[in-house]
Design a protein around this ligand. Structure first.
Ligand SMILES: *[C@@H]1O[C@H](CO)[C@@H](O)[C@H](O)[C@H]1NC(C)=O
Ligand SMILES: *[C@@H]1O[C@H](CO)[C@@H](O)[C@H](O)[C@H]1NC(C)=O
Ligand SMILES: *[C@@H]1O[C@H](CO)[C@@H](O)[C@H](O)[C@H]1NC(C)=O
Ligand SMILES: *[C@@H]1O[C@H](CO)[C@@H](O)[C@H](O)[C@H]1NC(C)=O
Ligand SMILES: [Mn+2]
Length: 324
């Protein structure tokens, strides 16, 4: 039943909140039947909270330092894992029987409600180390018992990578071997982004990416965008490595999120990241980019960009590593 299932994300500050706004809009635009929940940290400002409330069914404030419970105690022992403890809070959402966690730096390109047919803990292999799962998208079942065990695991073992991915891979340590149905099939690493999909053939796959995860330090909100000219500016090298999905992100953000921000901020100034006619001297501008819809059409017409985004070598290498 849809009412007791939810997509859950986390925004610790206003930067990640912008990611959560776009993610929420992308889920709504693809007509999800599930509830949308965002966990926020105390640093998220009131106007951003207001925008999130317009998009999400539930905006839940999580302040680990203020909680006075086992999470607080765990935090005292492992202050380095602050954001991780906040993320683990998703297991306390026991008014839902099943949830899909998605990082705020992900974007949905089609309806992915079928993920709820999977069991805890289902996730996609990490592009950098396929025996580990990537914790940017995972299926879980809220439970106070599991939550308690996870906190205990944190304090006893810490995290081998200093973040939640290390904790979750340690705790759900049999993921690589125990049950193949918990592997969300086919992750490809097309130029620093991981894409999750359920279709078996890479030809189909290329046109049917369902989720984009903007891995790496530079996030979509670190660029600036000129909505009229459809130009993204910022770090040139990074922007060219995942241009079409970056364009999807900015198109949705500027059209569906920025108007809500104007409503919530009123007369207060805020940083939208959208500029008009920015001088090329101020930032390196990229040429206009194809949207992923255009890219999909090209792919289907057999005009895939084999040397760039859709590089056959990249895809083949990834396919080989998962088929082995
Ligand atoms: C916002 O939070 C993310 C992760 O939760 C962190 O990596 C980032 O540095 C924070 N940004 C600011 C401006 O505090
Ligand atoms: C979502 O639903 C609306 C209204 O029923 C429909 O017009 C639209 O095409 C649907 N969107 C998608 C992506 O299926
Ligand atoms: C994924 O892509 C990045 C950037 O293109 C590259 O540095 C990395 O080696 C790739 N990883 C794998 C497992 O292919
Ligand atoms: C991205 O932007 C945020 C603030 O919006 C900043 O804290 C962070 O350092 C930036 N990251 C990079 C890699 O520029
Ligand atoms: Mn992420």
């Amino acid at each position: 039943m849809a009412a007791d299932q939810a997509f859950v994300t986390l925004a610790t500050n206003d930067s990640y909140a912008r990611g959560a706004m776009v993610l929420g809009k992308s889920l709504r635009n693809h007509n999800t039947t599930k509830k949308l929940v965002v966990l926020i940290g105390p640093q998220v400002s009131e106007p951003c909270k207001g925008v999130l409330q317009r998009i999400y069914d539930e905006v839940r404030m999580v302040d680990v330092l203020d909680s006075g419970d086992t999470a607080h105690l765990a935090m005292m022992k492992r202050p380095d894992l602050g954001v991780t403890f906040t993320k683990l809070h998703c297991w306390t959402l026991t008014h839902f029987s099943k949830c899909v966690f998605m990082d705020a730096d992900t974007l949905v390109l089609s309806n992915i409600d079928e993920l709820f047919e999977r069991k805890e803990l289902s996730a996609a292999p990490d592009p950098g180390w396929p025996d580990c799962f990537n914790s940017g998208v995972f299926v879980f079942c809220p439970s106070m018992e599991t939550y308690g065990k996870l906190l205990q695991y944190c304090t006893e073992h810490g995290s081998f990578d200093g973040g939640d991915q290390g904790i979750l891979n340690g705790f759900f340590g049999d993921w690589a071997t125990a049950d193949i149905s918990k592997h969300l099939p086919f992750v490809y690493n097309l130029s620093s982004i991981a894409i999750y999909t359920y279709l078996p053939a890479f030809k189909q796959y290329g046109g049917n990416a369902k989720v984009v995860h903007f891995l790496g330090k530079t996030k979509p909100w670190n660029y600036t965008f000129d909505p009229k000219a459809k130009r993204i500016s910022g770090s040139m090298t990074e922007a060219t490595s995942h241009p079409t999905f970056l364009m999807d992100w900015w198109t949705l953000y500027s059209s569906a999120v920025v108007p809500l921000m104007y409503e919530q901020y009123g007369d207060q100034p805020f940083h939208s990241g959208c500029v008009e006619g920015e001088s090329p001297l101020q930032a390196q501008a990229l040429p206009p980019l194809m949207s992923s819809q255009e890219r999909k059409e090209r792919w289907e017409q057999g005009q895939a960009d084999y040397l760039g985004m859709d590089s056959f070598d990249n895809i083949q290498r990834k396919l080989d590593s998962f088929l082995k």
